[in-house]
Design a protein around this ligand. Structure first.
Ligand code: MGP
Length: 211
Protein backbone atom coordinates (compact mmCIF):
# COMPACT_ATOMS: atom_id res chain seq x y z
CA UNK A 1 0.00 0.00 0.00
CA UNK A 2 2.76 2.42 1.05
CA UNK A 3 4.77 1.42 -2.04
CA UNK A 4 1.74 1.99 -4.29
CA UNK A 5 1.19 5.41 -2.75
CA UNK A 6 4.85 6.26 -3.14
CA UNK A 7 4.88 5.34 -6.84
CA UNK A 8 1.66 7.32 -7.39
CA UNK A 9 3.28 10.35 -5.73
CA UNK A 10 6.41 9.77 -7.83
CA UNK A 11 4.33 9.74 -11.02
CA UNK A 12 2.48 12.87 -9.90
CA UNK A 13 5.79 14.65 -9.23
CA UNK A 14 7.20 13.49 -12.57
CA UNK A 15 4.14 14.83 -14.39
CA UNK A 16 4.61 18.18 -12.69
CA UNK A 17 8.29 18.23 -13.72
CA UNK A 18 7.51 17.21 -17.32
CA UNK A 19 4.86 19.93 -17.60
CA UNK A 20 7.27 22.47 -16.17
CA UNK A 21 10.08 21.42 -18.49
CA UNK A 22 7.86 21.73 -21.56
CA UNK A 23 6.94 25.20 -20.50
CA UNK A 24 7.94 27.79 -23.10
CA UNK A 25 7.11 31.40 -22.64
CA UNK A 26 6.81 32.84 -26.14
CA UNK A 27 5.15 36.13 -26.90
CA UNK A 28 5.83 38.85 -29.44
CA UNK A 29 3.85 41.63 -27.68
CA UNK A 30 5.71 44.31 -25.71
CA UNK A 31 6.07 43.20 -22.12
CA UNK A 32 6.30 44.93 -18.76
CA UNK A 33 9.67 44.27 -17.18
CA UNK A 34 9.93 43.21 -13.55
CA UNK A 35 12.44 45.06 -11.41
CA UNK A 36 14.25 41.77 -10.79
CA UNK A 37 14.49 38.49 -12.69
CA UNK A 38 12.95 35.64 -10.62
CA UNK A 39 13.65 31.91 -10.93
CA UNK A 40 11.07 29.26 -10.09
CA UNK A 41 12.48 26.09 -8.49
CA UNK A 42 10.75 22.77 -7.94
CA UNK A 43 11.79 20.39 -5.16
CA UNK A 44 10.88 16.74 -5.66
CA UNK A 45 11.31 14.60 -2.58
CA UNK A 46 13.40 11.79 -4.11
CA UNK A 47 15.04 9.86 -1.26
CA UNK A 48 17.82 8.53 -3.53
CA UNK A 49 19.17 12.06 -4.09
CA UNK A 50 20.57 14.70 -1.79
CA UNK A 51 18.44 17.64 -0.72
CA UNK A 52 20.40 19.95 -3.03
CA UNK A 53 20.08 17.55 -6.01
CA UNK A 54 16.32 17.53 -5.54
CA UNK A 55 16.16 21.28 -6.21
CA UNK A 56 15.57 21.94 -9.91
CA UNK A 57 15.51 25.40 -11.48
CA UNK A 58 12.54 25.49 -13.86
CA UNK A 59 12.43 28.89 -15.50
CA UNK A 60 13.42 32.52 -14.93
CA UNK A 61 10.87 35.24 -15.60
CA UNK A 62 11.71 38.86 -16.25
CA UNK A 63 8.31 40.34 -17.20
CA UNK A 64 4.81 40.50 -15.71
CA UNK A 65 3.44 38.64 -18.73
CA UNK A 66 5.96 35.82 -18.42
CA UNK A 67 5.15 35.52 -14.74
CA UNK A 68 1.44 35.05 -15.55
CA UNK A 69 2.18 32.63 -18.34
CA UNK A 70 4.26 30.61 -15.90
CA UNK A 71 1.66 30.80 -13.14
CA UNK A 72 -1.13 29.71 -15.49
CA UNK A 73 0.84 26.73 -16.79
CA UNK A 74 1.92 25.18 -13.52
CA UNK A 75 0.01 23.09 -11.01
CA UNK A 76 -1.19 25.10 -8.01
CA UNK A 77 0.74 24.35 -4.82
CA UNK A 78 -2.17 22.54 -3.17
CA UNK A 79 -2.11 19.93 -5.97
CA UNK A 80 1.58 19.10 -5.58
CA UNK A 81 2.44 15.73 -4.06
CA UNK A 82 3.39 15.80 -0.37
CA UNK A 83 7.08 16.49 0.15
CA UNK A 84 7.29 18.86 -2.85
CA UNK A 85 8.18 22.57 -2.76
CA UNK A 86 8.04 25.52 -5.08
CA UNK A 87 10.55 28.28 -4.51
CA UNK A 88 10.78 31.64 -6.24
CA UNK A 89 14.13 33.38 -5.79
CA UNK A 90 15.94 36.30 -7.35
CA UNK A 91 17.94 35.00 -10.28
CA UNK A 92 21.31 33.65 -9.18
CA UNK A 93 20.29 32.75 -5.62
CA UNK A 94 20.08 29.01 -4.88
CA UNK A 95 17.08 28.43 -2.56
CA UNK A 96 19.16 27.11 0.32
CA UNK A 97 20.79 28.28 3.54
CA UNK A 98 24.23 27.78 1.96
CA UNK A 99 23.96 30.35 -0.84
CA UNK A 100 26.17 33.28 0.09
CA UNK A 101 23.32 35.75 -0.44
CA UNK A 102 21.23 33.79 2.10
CA UNK A 103 24.13 33.19 4.50
CA UNK A 104 23.41 36.08 6.89
CA UNK A 105 19.66 35.89 6.47
CA UNK A 106 16.62 34.14 7.80
CA UNK A 107 13.04 33.29 6.94
CA UNK A 108 9.57 34.31 8.09
CA UNK A 109 7.61 31.07 8.47
CA UNK A 110 3.84 30.85 8.06
CA UNK A 111 2.18 27.58 8.95
CA UNK A 112 -1.01 26.61 7.10
CA UNK A 113 -3.15 23.90 8.73
CA UNK A 114 -3.79 20.93 6.53
CA UNK A 115 -7.54 21.43 6.73
CA UNK A 116 -7.05 24.94 5.32
CA UNK A 117 -4.93 23.78 2.38
CA UNK A 118 -7.67 23.98 -0.22
CA UNK A 119 -8.91 27.38 1.00
CA UNK A 120 -5.74 29.26 1.92
CA UNK A 121 -2.56 27.71 0.57
CA UNK A 122 -2.84 28.78 -3.08
CA UNK A 123 -4.14 32.27 -2.34
CA UNK A 124 -1.45 32.85 0.31
CA UNK A 125 1.27 31.63 -2.09
CA UNK A 126 0.00 33.90 -4.87
CA UNK A 127 -0.08 36.88 -2.48
CA UNK A 128 3.53 36.13 -1.53
CA UNK A 129 4.52 35.88 -5.20
CA UNK A 130 2.98 39.33 -5.78
CA UNK A 131 4.82 40.63 -2.74
CA UNK A 132 8.08 39.44 -4.30
CA UNK A 133 7.76 40.37 -7.96
CA UNK A 134 5.95 43.64 -7.18
CA UNK A 135 8.79 44.63 -4.80
CA UNK A 136 6.13 45.44 -2.20
CA UNK A 137 8.65 45.59 0.63
CA UNK A 138 9.47 49.06 -0.78
CA UNK A 139 12.64 50.42 0.81
CA UNK A 140 13.35 46.96 2.21
CA UNK A 141 12.85 45.14 -1.11
CA UNK A 142 16.56 44.42 -1.43
CA UNK A 143 16.19 42.35 1.77
CA UNK A 144 13.75 39.95 0.06
CA UNK A 145 15.65 37.05 -1.55
CA UNK A 146 12.77 34.71 -2.27
CA UNK A 147 9.97 32.56 -0.92
CA UNK A 148 9.13 28.87 -0.55
CA UNK A 149 5.98 26.82 -0.22
CA UNK A 150 6.44 23.39 1.42
CA UNK A 151 3.58 20.95 0.77
CA UNK A 152 3.62 18.54 3.70
CA UNK A 153 1.15 15.98 5.07
CA UNK A 154 1.92 17.17 8.59
CA UNK A 155 1.04 20.78 7.68
CA UNK A 156 2.00 23.07 4.82
CA UNK A 157 4.42 25.97 5.29
CA UNK A 158 5.19 29.20 3.51
CA UNK A 159 8.38 31.15 4.04
CA UNK A 160 9.71 34.51 2.95
CA UNK A 161 13.51 34.48 2.86
CA UNK A 162 15.39 37.65 3.81
CA UNK A 163 19.01 38.53 3.14
CA UNK A 164 20.10 40.07 6.44
CA UNK A 165 18.84 39.03 9.85
CA UNK A 166 21.04 41.64 11.58
CA UNK A 167 18.59 44.42 10.59
CA UNK A 168 15.77 43.82 13.10
CA UNK A 169 13.77 46.87 12.04
CA UNK A 170 13.59 45.76 8.41
CA UNK A 171 12.92 42.15 9.42
CA UNK A 172 10.01 43.14 11.66
CA UNK A 173 8.62 45.59 9.10
CA UNK A 174 8.63 42.91 6.39
CA UNK A 175 7.07 40.35 8.75
CA UNK A 176 4.22 42.78 9.45
CA UNK A 177 3.78 43.49 5.73
CA UNK A 178 3.55 39.76 4.97
CA UNK A 179 0.98 39.26 7.74
CA UNK A 180 -1.07 42.16 6.45
CA UNK A 181 -0.80 40.97 2.87
CA UNK A 182 -2.15 37.54 3.83
CA UNK A 183 -4.88 39.07 5.99
CA UNK A 184 -3.70 37.15 9.06
CA UNK A 185 -5.35 38.22 12.33
CA UNK A 186 -3.17 39.91 14.97
CA UNK A 187 -3.39 36.76 17.12
CA UNK A 188 -1.87 34.61 14.38
CA UNK A 189 1.84 34.98 15.14
CA UNK A 190 4.53 34.19 12.62
CA UNK A 191 8.15 33.40 13.54
CA UNK A 192 11.43 34.50 12.01
CA UNK A 193 14.15 31.83 11.92
CA UNK A 194 17.80 32.82 11.44
CA UNK A 195 19.26 30.40 8.85
CA UNK A 196 22.58 29.86 10.66
CA UNK A 197 20.81 28.94 13.90
CA UNK A 198 18.34 26.70 12.14
CA UNK A 199 21.07 24.94 10.21
CA UNK A 200 23.17 24.28 13.31
CA UNK A 201 20.32 23.40 15.65
CA UNK A 202 17.24 22.30 13.68
CA UNK A 203 14.14 23.39 15.56
CA UNK A 204 16.16 25.60 17.92
CA UNK A 205 16.16 29.35 17.56
CA UNK A 206 17.39 31.41 20.47
CA UNK A 207 16.76 34.92 19.13
CA UNK A 208 13.19 34.50 18.03
CA UNK A 209 11.52 37.46 16.36
CA UNK A 210 7.75 37.14 16.30
CA UNK A 211 5.05 39.41 14.85
P1 MGP B 1 12.15 21.54 5.14
O1 MGP B 1 11.94 21.00 3.76
O2 MGP B 1 12.40 23.00 5.27
O3 MGP B 1 10.93 21.19 6.11
O4 MGP B 1 13.40 20.82 5.80
P2 MGP B 1 10.13 19.84 6.41
O5 MGP B 1 10.23 18.88 5.29
O6 MGP B 1 8.77 20.27 6.82
O7 MGP B 1 10.89 19.23 7.65
P3 MGP B 1 11.13 19.80 9.10
O8 MGP B 1 12.54 19.40 9.40
O9 MGP B 1 10.96 21.28 9.08
O10 MGP B 1 10.13 19.14 9.99
C1 MGP B 1 13.56 19.43 5.82
C2 MGP B 1 15.01 19.10 5.77
O11 MGP B 1 15.53 19.47 4.49
C3 MGP B 1 15.90 19.81 6.76
O12 MGP B 1 15.94 19.20 8.02
C4 MGP B 1 17.25 19.71 6.06
O13 MGP B 1 17.78 18.42 6.22
C5 MGP B 1 16.85 19.87 4.61
N1 MGP B 1 16.95 21.29 4.24
C6 MGP B 1 15.98 22.23 4.29
N2 MGP B 1 16.48 23.41 3.88
C7 MGP B 1 15.74 24.66 3.78
C8 MGP B 1 17.80 23.21 3.57
C9 MGP B 1 18.83 24.07 3.08
O14 MGP B 1 18.67 25.26 2.85
N3 MGP B 1 20.04 23.49 2.88
C10 MGP B 1 20.26 22.16 3.12
N4 MGP B 1 21.48 21.67 2.92
N5 MGP B 1 19.29 21.33 3.58
C11 MGP B 1 18.08 21.86 3.80
Amino acid sequence: MAVEQESREDRQAEEVVEGLEKLQVVDKMPKHPLQNAWTLWFFKNDKSRTWEENQRPIITVTTVEDFWSLYNHIEVASKLPPGADYSLFKEGIFPDWEDKRNGSGGRWMIGVDRQHRSVNLDSYWLEILFFLIGEHADIHASQVNGAVVNVRSKGDKLAVWLADSSEPEAVVRIGKMVKERLGLPEAHTIIFNVHKEEKNRPGGNKNKIVV
